[in-house]
Design a protein around this ligand. Structure first.
Ligand code: BGP
Length: 474
């Protein structure tokens, strides 16, 4: 058997992409609620277009999403039917602290997640909880400027203290920030940043990054203090960067690109700022007040494991005229050896093995693949059944690559939670039609549909995969 017996098979979602009910249960408004679908989504998500309240001219898909807030029992029952050992979900910060800076938590929000975790345990499903998956209460953005303000560390500490205390014994696996490197690519989503005209964006992003990194280390410390059984991980939007050619300039550029991402995990997994980052700050006049207390907390509270999302490898060239394509938010050079999804994301299963090895070599910590999958258009029959062989093929090849990394390369891998195990709103585009799920949800891009859930072909396939602990992939 190649996967350990306790391997955590499951699936992943995020609150803002599935819960909906954005005004129920005392929940406060968050940045993720005001990211519209359509051409303004990217300007808003990157902090270049200020939108802190919804307006009539836009459609905001997170407000209802797939209404998991009211369907979670049914959804978790279906995860249980597939045999999930774990379910990765995120907490909506503004359900727990509607404004973010209160001292008293919102009991209704706390109860919602408590019930949800208990529901998971009914089926032997271990929750894997992302504390923040792109969300930040709007009040913290309006009043404090989001994560570029040091005060956010304190508010985050309050949040995690409440979570670790309340859910002690119910949750053991935690991730501090989803795709922490997204701060550099979607700063409004990643850190609640909205830029003023002429503002030094890099300065603001790295300052916000420092605060998130310290907050993450504080969370790790508090998690271990409250319950030594807690395991805390960091989370990277991963995918190695290949040089377009063997020209040393291309290889050098690929290394630089990878460091942009590794930077975050270097701090979270090793406990200190890498020297190349310090040089970058000097060169670019980025000033960050890193206090001796910050250094201490970073050094003493490295993560227990490294988790990551993997959709594709990346590619780069020193020659700017080489054609690019879309990737997971990061534009990348088109790799002529790879096919791509309908959204232009290149498909590279061997790239997953390469990424697993690179991360394991670099950090020597257990790894966890907490996102992977194919966003595709599905055409259901009248019963909502989808013959999604394309999705099965994608996942099969990635599981094979993962298996080779474990079996042949000796990578220590804790689990696998494919993204969007139930169809949900796309983070990058806000669409419903970019589907990842094993479970189809009847809802379209304009918000129409019954929200009815149905099993796709991949549902039955994945059930077998889990049952056989990854041996039966046919
Ligand atoms: C990651 C995010 C997810 C998710 C996924 C797929 O970046 O962590 O929230 O949505 O990518 O991306 P998309 O939804 O844009 O297809």
């Amino acid at each position: 058997m190649s996967f350990p017996e306790n391997f955590l098979w499951g699936g992943a979602t995020a609150a803002n992409q599935c819960e909906g009910a954005y005004q129920e249960g005392g929940r406060g408004l968050a940045n993720v609620d005001v990211c519209p679908q359509g051409k303004d989504r990217f300007p808003v998500a990157t902090g270049r277009m200020k939108m802190l309240r919804p307006d009539d001219g836009h459609y905001y898909p997170a407000m209802e999403a797939i209404d998991m807030y009211h369907h979670y029992k049914e959804d978790i029952a279906m995860f249980g039917e597939m045999g999930f050992k774990t379910y990765r979900l995120s907490i909506a910060w503004s359900r727990i602290f509607p404004k973010g800076d209160e001292t008293e938590a919102n009991e209704e929000g706390l109860r919602f997640y408590e019930d949800l975790f208990r529901e998971c345990h009914k089926y032997g499903i271990e929750p894997l909880v992302t504390i923040t998956h792109f969300d930040c209460p709007i009040h913290l953005i309006e009043e404090y400027g989001g994560w570029k303000n040091r005060k956010l560390i304190e508010f985050y500490k309050n949040l995690v203290t409440v979570l670790f205390t309340r859910y002690k014994g119910l949750v053991r696996y935690w991730l501090t920030f989803n795709e922490i490197n997204m701060i550099l690519h979607m700063p409004f989503m990643g850190a609640g940043l909205v830029f003023e005209e002429g503002e030094d964006e890099k300065q603001a992003e790295y300052l916000a990054a420092h605060h998130e990194l310290v907050a993450s280390a504080e969370a790790t410390r508090i998690a271990h203090e409250i319950d030594p059984e807690n395991k805390v991980g960091c989370m990277l939007a991963a995918g190695m960067t290949y040089p377009y050619t063997c020209a040393p300039e291309d290889v050098w550029k690929a290394q630089q690109k990878d460091r942009e991402n590794f930077f975050f995990i270097d701090v979270q997994a090793r406990g200190y700022y890498p020297s190349y980052a310090k040089k970058l700050f000097e060169r670019e006049n980025i000033t960050i007040d890193i206090t001796p207390e910050d250094e201490k907390v970073l050094r003493e509270n490295t993560v227990d494991f490294v988790s990551f999302s993997y959709y594709s490898s990346r590619c780069t060239s020193a020659d700017e005229s080489v054609a690019s394509t879309d990737g997971n938010v990061f534009a990348t050079v088109k790799n002529p050896y790879l096919k791509a999804s309908e959204w232009g994301w290149q498909i590279d299963p061997l790239g997953l093995r390469i990424t697993l090895n690179a991360l394991y070599d670099r950090y020597q910590k257990p790894l966890f693949i907490v996102e992977n999958g194919l966003g595709a258009v599905d055409t259901p029959d009248e019963n909502g059944y989808v013959e999604d062989d394309y999705r099965i093929d994608y996942l099969r090849e990635h599981i094979k690559a993962m298996k080779a990394a474990v079996e042949e390369d000796g990578v220590d891998l804790m689990g696998y939670t494919p993204w969007g195990c139930i169809d949900l709103v796309s983070a990058s585009t806000g669409e419903m039609k970019k589907r990842y799920g094993f479970i189809y949800v009847d809802k379209d891009n304009d918000g129409n549909g019954t929200l009815k859930r149905s099993r796709k072909k991949s549902f039955y396939w994945y059930k077998k995969v889990i049952e056989s602990n990854g041996e039966d992939l046919e």
